[in-house]
Design a protein around this ligand. Structure first.
Ligand SMILES: [Zn+2]
Length: 267
């Protein structure tokens, strides 16, 4: 009898484990199919010049059909469940859960292993009206702020245009309410591969941007460049319409969590 009771207990445990896994997968509601290399266009915050605010345009992603779903391995399922658990557990301290709730593909995108091999950035002077040499220092300062926050990615802003993975562009103004834009590509496993960051020299009201306004917009756009999307909280710099001019604790904790997790689908 003890054996029978024991094996019955094992059966119950096994059934509970399967049910828990199914529940987690079903609650995710997503198929494990991964996305292909994609590009996303994000909005930028306005510079808070004279109280001017740009309207937030939603992040628009252009998707394509993905590669065939891979055979799911049990270990992968468990790893993703653990990733989701960590993201849920961090709610409030980070906004990674908010980002994923809004995103269409349930994927984490980030650079991988780019400390000893820095991401090559082409950061060149612009010719747009009101372009100022101090803008380059402002962008470098913005990179430095993210680096000082502990983001484990290095950027080499002295790369040339021929071999750059990230390109900065300057333009006078956007046609819609924004002062910056970041377009990214990533592979099917969520590894970021390239980016184009475009910064405007005038805000949406036609007022000239100053160097510190450029720093704030660059800080937000570099947030996208390292894999963040928008926060729903206006005290975070990654709020679509920036109301603060420096990184919040949540901005920092969110990116640090992102870089502790594996990129790719969490479903
Ligand atoms: Zn944005």
């Amino acid at each position: 009898m003890p054996e029978r009771r024991f094996s019955g207990l094992m059966l119950l445990l096994a059934a509970a484990l399967v049910a828990a896994m199914l529940w987690d997968v079903l609650r995710g509601g997503g198929s494990p199919a991964s996305s292909p290399a994609s590009s996303v266009t994000d909005t930028a915050p306005p510079a808070s010049l004279a109280g001017a605010r740009a309207a937030a345009a939603p992040a628009a992603s252009q998707g394509a059909t993905g590669p065939p779903a891979k055979e799911e391995h049990y270990i992968d399922l468990l790893a993703r469940a653990e990733t989701r658990r960590q993201i849920r557990a961090s709610a409030g301290v980070t906004y990674l859960n908010e980002i994923l709730a809004i995103s269409g593909d349930s994927m984490l995108h980030r650079w991988d292993n780019r400390i000893t091999n820095p991401v090559r950035v082409w950061l060149a002077p612009g010719t747009a009206a009101n372009y100022q040499p101090a803008f380059l220092d402002a962008v470098r300062a913005a990179f430095g702020q993210w680096q000082d926050a502990g983001v484990p990615v290095r950027f080499d802003v002295t790369a040339d245009s021929a071999n750059a993975e990230v390109v900065f562009k300057w333009r006078v103004q956007f046609d819609i309410d924004r002062t910056g834009q970041t377009d990214l590509t990533w592979d099917q496993d969520g590894h970021l591969e390239s980016g184009v960051v475009t910064l405007a020299t005038f805000n949406q009201l036609g007022q000239p941007m100053g160097p510190d306004d450029i720093r704030v917009v660059a800080l937000h756009e570099i947030g996208h460049l390292i894999g963040l999307d928008h926060s729903l909280d206006s005290t975070d710099l990654m709020y679509p319409v920036a109301k603060v001019r420096d990184l919040s604790g949540r901005d920092i904790q969110t990116v640090l969590l992102l870089y502790r997790l594996s990129p790719g689908s969490i479903r």
